[in-house]
Write a protein that binds this ligand. Structure first.
Ligand SMILES: [Zn+2]
Length: 351
């Protein structure tokens, strides 16, 4: 089969022919039909995660996977309801099934978690073995290239927005900010409208082209932040919404300067959820966080429940996509473009 594999950190992937992987008795073999390209694929290649997990090479990247059930392991129960040819998405975050996080369904934060695309097998290949409990059957009418990004870009902000909702930070008299309108932010704006209990949604980004996407997806207001002072941005926010701070923030970028800006705009008792990881260090003053009783939520990817809910929204036609399909041969070119921040929406490899 075809696979694009990483043999060395900081080098281009090698497009090669390799053996179709064997499957374990409780796996299904998924034939990949589409795989999204994520900034974290670039970060993997660039070594961002190396200090947290030094994964041995060769690695097959690609964790946003949609495809078709090709064959089953001998122990996959009938009750799984899967048949060869079923259209599926792959839920990431394969837990050990025994820890307390797995037992409540949060397999993606299991201390012994495995992820597709961060080891020998990933979605930048024709086939991937997947534990049967991590495939979710989907509506056949949905397009593979739109399903694939929903397993990360379209799921990570969903879980983040649910955290803001469950913290009761969203209501008709509240303003929620979406920071960074890249692969994740376009979805975050839509979920802020769908799950936001009527809160006013304001998108913040540096790139006006990306803000146009936010506007199209229902942001009530958009604010371009490039080369503007905090005071200017606060004034623009007040003109748009009647208040110069934000009751809730979802940060889809995680760039240090955007985080500093976001925290400067966070209201008393505001909630801040971060799902973006462009940077890895932040320098923010502590006293306002304490005296204003603000809450920071880490939110990582999502679990089977989150993904099943998103598949229901997709089947109802409630999610819009900005997808650029590319071919297998264009993988390295698009990793470079992703690294340069040039991609609006999601680049998706179509097989
Ligand atoms: Zn576990």
């Amino acid at each position: 089969m075809k696979a694009a594999r990483m043999h060395e950190y900081r080098k281009a992937l090698i497009l090669e022919d390799v053996a179709v992987p064997d499957i374990q008795p409780d796996d299904v073999l998924v034939q990949v039909r589409a795989c999204g390209m994520c900034r974290s694929d670039v970060q993997l290649v660039d070594g961002y995660f190396r200090k947290y997990a030094d994964i041995p090479t060769p690695i097959t990247p690609g964790h946003e996977i949609a495809g078709v059930v090709h064959k089953f392991g001998t122990l996959v129960p009938k009750s799984a309801g899967l048949e060869e040819g079923d259209h599926v998405v792959v839920a990431p975050g394969w837990g050990d099934g025994t820890c307390r996080h797995c037992r409540v369904g949060d397999t993606h934060i299991c201390p012994n978690v495995r992820w597709p695309g961060f080891g020998p097998y990933g979605g930048f290949a024709d086939f991937i073995p997947v534990p049967a409990r991590y495939v979710i059957k989907v509506d056949r009418r949905l397009k593979f290239e739109e399903l694939a990004p929903l397993t990360d870009a379209g799921m990570t902000p969903y879980r983040g927005i649910k955290k803001l909702r469950d913290a009761r930070a969203l209501a008709p008299d509240r303003v929620v900010g979406v920071f960074g309108i890249g692969g994740l932010g376009g979805y975050a704006v839509q979920y802020a409208k769908l799950l936001g209990s009527g809160a006013t949604v304001v998108a913040f980004a540096r790139n006006p082209k990306k803000l146009a996407v936010a506007k199209e997806y229902g942001a009530d207001h958009v604010i371009a932040v490039k080369d503007k002072s905090l005071a200017d941005i606060g004034r623009e926010l007040r003109d748009a919404t009647g208040q110069s701070d934000l009751d809730a923030i979802i940060d889809c970028a995680g760039a240090p300067e955007m985080i500093q800006l976001a925290f400067s705009l966070l209201s008393i008792s505001g909630h801040y959820v971060d799902v973006g990881m462009v940077g890895d260090r932040i320098d923010i003053p502590l006293f306002p966080r304490v005296s204003r009783e603000q809450t920071f939520h880490g939110s990582f990817w999502g679990n089977n429940t989150d993904l099943s809910e998103i598949m229901a929204l997709a089947a109802q036609g409630k999610i819009r996509h900005t997808v650029k399909t590319i071919t297998f041969d264009q993988i390295n070119e698009y990793l470079d473009r992703l690294r340069a921040g040039e991609i609006v929406g999601r680049a998706v490899i179509k097989f």
